[in-house]
Write a protein of this length. Structure first.
Length: 401
């Protein structure tokens, strides 16, 4: 595509990894402000896949790979959930032979290929001056790679697990917590009616924030998280006690999908791995439900207690964003534009201790962000604990400081 400079510059934006509510508001915020400031905005489709599959020929149909964003386009989508640019878990630096775009297969024949040289050429062909990836640590880790290759990157953190390092808040987290609380409150009516124990499996591969915050808010009696291997017998005993002390005769536990019991490992739906080496998690809720039911008689005078087992999964991903996931993406998008207008790049826009800021992009790959078990998780009671809220950040245990 000929790069005719009719604008102050060209900004490309993409969304990668899992969808969450709040992505479209972020895209809208970037586009509206950038267009007003005299920039052209290009939406790259399907995360890193769109920019990987571009054919550098003015006559080629690249409509499935990118779109020029206008105010009309983003205003229509800006109040909705998901991402109208679509998303994928493509990793251009580690692309399997069978996933290499057809027009590049003669050049890249290894079992695993690094297509970064093609990405750089494609960005140049599009005339991109600044790149804004919106994603979790996987998506943004490749953004770090491109920044190291000379691309001007300003990143926005997104993941309902809230585990991107360097920021207290990632787009999607609030809606996930809000939905988890709402669904727990809905399901407790059935649990109470049948005098059962309610087991709910929630997101959280390596970090337990999506189980911890709803439990702290009163959605559950107990939670188990990836950061601490739990004892199923001990969990069963606590849940039976909770149920028997409850006038409505039920109890609730939230299970992070990445949680592990003592003597066990993570539970996967299958061993097939995505481009970032992650197998799809799922099944710990089923296992815990079976094991709890078997053990309940031991702590309930010899009588077993039935279980309601519910995996929330995509129910907390879908639908419109809540208030925080409408406001924060707007602010993040404008923060990204502030940096671009100041010709600053290599930054991640963040929320730290209730204030918007930006930090070096490399923080994304510098460490893991997980729950501080010693400070926030009571390993005896299998639930959050805290000593004081004074001077704690807005989301309490989400801060790394």
């Amino acid at each position: 595509m000929a790069n005719v400079k009719k604008y102050k510059g060209v900004i490309a934006i993409l969304t990668g990894g899992g969808d969450v509510p709040g992505l479209n508001p972020a895209i809208r915020a970037v586009t509206i402000r950038a267009n007003r400031e005299g920039y052209k905005v290009i939406g790259l489709r399907r995360g890193w896949a769109g920019i990987t599959e571009i054919i550098r020929d003015p006559k080629a149909d690249n409509s499935n790979n990118f779109i020029v964003l206008t105010d009309d386009i983003v205003n229509k989508a800006g109040r909705t959930g998901g991402t109208f640019l679509h998303t994928s878990r493509t990793r251009p630096s580690h692309m399997r032979k069978e996933d290499v775009p057809r027009h590049l297969q003669d050049q890249y024949k290894d079992e695993v290929n690094d297509l970064t040289p093609e990405i750089l050429k494609n960005l140049e062909w599009l005339g991109v001056d600044f790149l804004i990836p919106i994603g979790g640590d996987d998506t943004l880790s490749y953004g770090v790679r491109l920044y190291q290759e000379g691309v001007k990157v300003v990143a926005i953190p997104k993941t309902m697990d809230n585990d991107v390092p360097g920021t207290d808040y990632c787009i999607g987290f609030s809606t996930c917590v809000t939905r988890t609380i709402s669904m727990a409150n809905s399901l407790r009516t059935s649990a109470g009616s049948h005098e059962r124990i309610l087991v709910m499996e929630v997101f959280g591969r390596y970090a337990g924030f999506t189980a911890m915050l709803p439990t702290m808010a009163g959605a559950a009696n107990r939670c188990v998280i990836p950061e601490y291997k739990f004892d199923i017998d001990h969990l069963t005993k606590l849940l039976v006690e909770d149920r028997n002390h409850n006038p409505s005769r039920y109890s609730v536990v939230l299970i992070s999908e990445g949680a592990m019991y003592k003597g066990g490992e993570m539970i996967f739906e299958s061993q097939e791995k995505d481009a970032y080496g992650h197998a799809k998690l799922g099944g710990i809720g089923d296992l815990v439900s079976r094991e709890i039911k078997i053990r309940t008689a031991k702590y309930n005078h010899g009588k077993a207690i039935n279980i309601i087992n519910q995996k929330l999964g995509y129910l907390v991903r879908g639908g419109d964003p809540d208030a925080i996931d409408s406001i924060v993406p707007m602010a993040y998008g404008n923060l990204a534009l502030d940096l671009i207008l100041s010709k600053i790049h290599g930054r991640l826009v963040v929320l730290k201790n209730g204030r918007y800021d930006d930090v070096p992009l490399e923080v994304v790959t510098s460490r893991k962000k997980v729950v501080n078990v010693q400070e926030y998780y009571n390993t005896e009671r299998l639930r959050p604990y805290y000593h004081s809220f004074e001077m704690k950040p807005f989301l309490l245990m989400a801060s790394e400081l």
